[in-house]
Write a protein that binds this ligand. Structure first.
Ligand SMILES: C[S@@+](CC[C@H](N)C(=O)[O-])C[C@H]1O[C@@H](n2cnc3c(N)ncnc32)[C@H](O)[C@@H]1O
Length: 487
C-alpha cells in the first residue's frame, strides 16, 4: 500500500470475512450432528423467532439453514449472514488504529467476527515469537480453543483493529457455527455511535511483546494480556503479589511510534468489503491497490483516550470501497512491505528449504523445464565432480579421507531429504509446488532441518576440496580442471 507524501497507514493485511484453515480442512458438519431447535415462526411475533429462548441460542450454536424450523425467519444465523454492526476504523493516539461504533449498538448485540488464519496453538506460539523477533509490536493472535488460535496478522477482518481496554464495552464470545467454533465480538452494554469498541485481551491475547496498556481505565492492569495463557506461558506466572509482575521488571514497548493524529485519517465502513486509508491529500490507495479520489477538505479524526470514548465532534466521511478480492487486496508493494517487516514463519520456510519442485504448472517454458527437471525433481544445478577421482589426486591420505567422508555425509543428507519428499508428496501435488507452507508445521520443521543438513554437507565438501587443492602441490588444480571439463 502506498500513501502520498510519506503518510503511512497501518501495516498491510489481507481483508477476509471468514476464517482460513491452514493446518486442516474446515470441518464438514454431519447431518446427525446438526442441532435443530424447537422454535416456531409466528407472524404476529417475528421477534421471538430463534431468540433468547431458542435451544441453539442457549448453547451458543447457530441454527443450520434448511434445518431450522423457522426457515428464512431464523434470526440465529448472525455469523453466517455476517450480520455485523456498522463500524469505522480510526486512528488513535498511541494505540495505533482502533474501531468505532458507527451506529447505536445494543447490549448483547453481535458486532463482528474475529477472522484470521486458524493455526495450531504451537504454531501460534511460534508465530508470536517470530513476529516479536521481527519487531512487530501489534499482536493479532487470539485463542480459538484449547489447541488452536486465530492469527489475524496477515489476514483478518476489521475486528483485528479492536483495541484492548481493562474496562471494555465489548467481549469475545465463542459460537459453534456449522460445526466450527468461531469468535465474535459482542456488546457488553449499549454503545453510542462514535464510541471506540474495546474488549479485554486478558484471556484471549497471545502477544509475545509486553505492551504498556494505555486504556486509561482506573482498574488498568498496566499492560496488555497480563492474564492471558500466552503471556503466562511465555514469561510469567500470574500470581497475586508476584513481584515479577510489575511494570519495572518487564521490558515494555509503546504500541507504536506516535504519529500525530492530525496527519492521518482513516475511515472505513464495515458494511463494505475492504477499506480505505486517507491522508491530507486528495488521493489515496485502497488496500487493493486501486487509486481513489477523495475530497481534500476532510478533517482528521482525533481519538480520545478510551475513558472519554464518545466522539461526537469528530467529522467522518464514509468512503465507498470496492468489494475486495484477496488476490487484489495484497498488492505486490504491500506484500513486499509486509515481507520486509515481518520475518514470518513462512518467510523462513520458503527461504530455507523449498526446492521448487513443480508438479504441474510452472512459469518456465517446457524446454527450460525439461532441462532443469528430472523426474519431477529439481536437478542439482551446481557442478558435480567425481570426488573419488579428486581425492586420488590429493597427495595427503588425510586429505583424501576427509573429502571422501564429506562426500558420504553429503550423500546421507541428500537421501534423508529425498525420503522426506515421500511424506510431503501429497501436499506438493495438491499445491503444485514444494512450498513448505503447504505442509504441517512438524513436517516443515523436519524439511527445514534436512535441507539445512544437506546444505551444510555440501558446503563442507566444497570447502574442504578447495582447501586441499589450494594446499596441494602445483599441477593438481589443472588436472582437476581437465577432469571437470571432461565430465
Ligand atoms: C489487535 S491489535 C489492535 C489494533 C492495533 N491498534 C492496530 O493499529 O493494528 C492489538 C495491538 O494494538 C495495540 N493496543 C491495543 N490496545 C491497546 C491499549 N489499551 N494500550 C496500548 N496499546 C494497545 C497493541 O500494540 C496491541 O498489540
Amino acid at each position: 500500500m502506498q500513501y502520498m507524501d510519506g503518510f503511512e497507514g497501518p501495516p498491510p493485511y489481507i481483508h477476509i470475512e471468514q476464517n482460513e484453515f491452514l493446518f486442516r480442512k474446515h470441518k464438514k458438519q454431519k447431518e446427525e450432528d446438526i442441532a435443530v431447535c424447537e422454535c416456531k415462526y409466528k407472524p404476529d411475533s417475528p421477534a421471538s423467532v430463534c431468540g433468547e429462548g431458542c435451544l441453539n441460542v442457549l448453547t451458543s450454536t447457530e441454527c443450520t439453514p434448511c434445518y431450522c424450523p423457522c426457515g428464512i425467519y431464523c434470526r440465529n444465523q448472525r455469523f453466517q449472514n455476517r450480520a455485523y454492526a456498522k463500524t469505522k476504523l480510526f486512528k488513535t493516539e498511541g494505540r495505533g488504529w482502533g474501531l468505532l461504533a458507527d451506529e447505536e449498538i445494543k447490549a448483547g448485540q453481535f458486532i463482528i467476527e474475529y477472522c484470521g488464519e486458524v493455526i495450531s496453538w504451537k504454531e501460534g506460539r511460534r508465530r508470536a515469537q517470530a513476529y516479536e523477533a521481527a519487531g512487530l509490536k501489534d499482536a493479532f493472535i487470539i485463542s480459538l480453543n484449547s489447541h488452536e488460535s486465530i492469527d489475524a496478522t496477515r489476514k483478518g477482518s476489521l475486528a483485528r483493529f479492536i483495541n484492548h481496554s481493562c474496562q471494555p464495552n465489548c467481549e469475545t464470545r465463542k459460537w459453534t457455527v456449522l460445526g466450527e467454533v468461531r469468535v465474535g465480538i459482542f456488546a457488553k452494554h449499549d454503545i453510542l455511535p462514535n464510541t471506540e469498541l474495546s474488549y479485554d485481551y486478558n484471556f484471549e491475547w497471545y502477544g509475545g511483546v509486553k505492551v504498556r496498556c494505555l486504556c486509561g481505565a482506573p482498574c488498568c492492569a498496566g499492560f496488555l494480556g497480563a492474564k492471558s495463557r500466552g503471556f503466562q506461558e511465555d514469561t510469567y506466572l500470574w500470581e497475586d503479589d508476584d513481584e515479577r509482575y510489575s511494570v519495572e521488571n518487564i521490558p515494555l514497548y509503546d504500541s507504536e511510534e506516535d504519529v500525530p493524529a492530525s496527519k492521518l485519517l482513516r475511515i472505513t465502513d464495515s458494511s463494505t468489503d475492504g477499506f480505505n486509508l486517507l491522508g491530507k491529500q486528495s488521493q489515496l490507495m485502497t488496500i487493493n491497490g486501486n487509486l481513489d479520489i477523495i475530497p481534500s477538505s476532510i478533517e482528521p479524526i482525533f481519538a480520545q483516550p478510551l475513558q472519554s470514548v464518545l466522539m461526537e465532534d469528530a467529522r467522518m466521511v464514509d468512503i465507498k470501497t470496492e468489494p475486495s478480492e484477496d488476490a487484489k487486496m495484497y498488492s505486490p508493494d504491500a506484500d513486499q512491505s509486509l515481507a520486509n517487516k515481518n520475518v514470518t514463519v513462512s518467510h523462513i520456510r520458503s527461504n530455507s528449504a523449498c526446492r521448487n519442485y513443480y508438479i504441474k504448472s510452472s512459469p518456465l517454458s517446457n524446454k527450460k523445464r525439461a532441462k532443469i527437471y528430472s523426474g519431477g525433481r529439481l536437478k542439482n544445478l551446481t557442478q558435480e565432480f567425481d570426488v573419488k577421482l579428486v581425492s586420488q589426486l590429493l597427495p595427503s591420505e588425510e586429505a583424501q579421507e576427509e573429502i571422501l567422508a564429506c562426500e558420504e555425509a553429503k550423500k546421507a543428507a541428500t537421501s534423508q531429504l529425498d525420503s522426506l519428499y515421500d511424506e510431503i508428496r501429497p501436499a506438493i501435488e495438491e499445491h503444485e509446488k514444494d512450498s513448505q507452507d503447504s505442509v504441517s508445521t512438524a513436517v516443515a520443521e523436519k524439511w527445514i532441518g534436512a535441507t539445512c543438513s544437506k546444505l551444510k554437507a555440501e558446503f563442507n565438501l566444497y570447502f574442504n576440496t578447495i582447501k586441499h587443492i589450494s594446499a596441494a602441490p602445483k599441477g593438481v588444480a589443472p588436472v582437476l580442471a581437465l577432469q571437470n571439463e571432461t565430465n
